[in-house]
Design a protein around this ligand. Structure first.
Ligand SMILES: NC(=O)c1ccc[n+]([C@@H]2O[C@H](COP(=O)([O-])OP(=O)(O)OC[C@H]3O[C@@H](n4cnc5c(N)ncnc54)[C@H](O)[C@@H]3O)[C@@H](O)[C@H]2O)c1
Length: 292
């Protein structure tokens, strides 16, 4: 797909960060945007950014942890707005885990899996069969993370486990659709090459009551990119960041070039992936990765 003009794009997690940048980039490329998120106030800010560009856009409050909520989003897109050509399953959170993993709050595990993995599964279930039935070229982009897909960072095992599962689901969806010669092209989007400066460090702002963190649960103490920068400086390392607009441009390019792997690796991650793969192939114990 080269021309996005008038195509309807559905984006989950569009009230902030990568999702908002995708919405703006798609609108600037001429697409119509249906921005979905659990955060109604953030959606209004995204809508204002789209209006300022004269885009045709719509918003839907949607909770990706609920199949019914994502089904309602799909019904609006297909039945009211005339069909969908691009879906970004992008909503995601990090629960701020810290310390040994046997001490994590169960609510952190459950919330992170509910949004990061089940959110993707619900979006696939709501959109895929209707995209197939349209019999028109469409793109389904799933936001993963190298943290889980390729590297296991010991500091964030819950997030890492969700993104490992997301990669398995994404790759299986690619393989199934490719084997069928489906009109739906599947892509794995990896925000980067460095940590992307978004709201992910403060996901607690949208944490639902049913997953409330107990007062004695361990907390990472990192609630913004600046907290992360400070922590790394304390260890004598520099935090490099990527702007989410750069990720959105990379996504558009990857779709236009029909790439499954939409990513840009920094040299540090690339060598850590190689070291992990070498260790697997040579049956060596896992090397310890570092963020620096
Ligand atoms: N920031 C990074 O460095 C980075 C790196 C790799 C992958 N990612 C992934 O990128 C994606 C986007 O995250 P971001 O970094 O832009 O963070 P962000 O916090 O800025 O955006 C995430 C959005 O998801 C929404 N969301 C949370 N729970 C939801 C729910 N139940 N239903 C619907 N929406 C919900 C939030 O309200 C928010 O608007 C996530 O999947 C994240 O895991 C981010």
């Amino acid at each position: 797909m080269q021309d996005f003009t008038d195509k309807l794009v559905v984006i989950t997690g569009a009230a902030s960060g990568v999702g908002r940048s995708l919405a703006v980039a798609m609108a600037e490329a001429g697409a119509r945007v249906l921005a979905a998120d659990i955060d109604g106030a953030g959606l209004l800010e995204t809508k204002a950014a789209l209006d300022a560009r004269g885009a045709v856009s719509y918003t839907s409050e949607c909770d990706v942890t609920s199949q019914a909520s994502v089904d309602a989003l799909a019904a609006r897109a297909f039945d009211e707005l005339g069909g969908v050509h691009l879906v970004f399953a992008n909503a995601g959170i990090a629960a701020g885990e810290a310390g040994p993993l046997w001490g994590y709050a169960e609510s952190d595990w459950k919330w992170t899996f509910d949004v990061n993995l089940w959110g993707v599964v619900h979006t696939i279930n709501a959109f895929m069969s209707r995209l197939q039935d349209q019999a028109d070229e469409a793109h389904f982009v799933i936001t993963g993370s190298g943290n889980g897909a390729f590297i296991v960072y010991p500091d964030q095992p819950v997030y890492t486990a969700t993104k490992a599962a997301v990669q398995a689901v994404t790759e299986a969806l690619y393989l199934q659709t490719a084997a069928q010669n489906s009109p739906v092209k599947v892509h794995a989007l990896f925000p980067g090459p460095y940590i992307v400066d978004t709201g992910i460090f403060d996901s607690d702002r949208v944490r639902p009551e049913r997953f409330a963190k107990s007062a004695d649960a361990p907390d990472s103490g990192i609630h913004s990119a600046d907290d992360m920068r400070q922590m790394m400086e304390d260890y004598g390392m520099e935090l490099k960041t990527t702007h989410p607009d750069e990720v959105a441009q990379m996504a558009l390019k990857g779709i236009r070039e029909d790439k499954f792997w939409i990513m840009s690796l920094n040299p540090g991650s690339e060598s850590q992936i190689k070291a992990r793969m070498d260790a697997i192939l040579h049956r060596q114990n896992p090397p310890i990765p570092s963020l620096g």
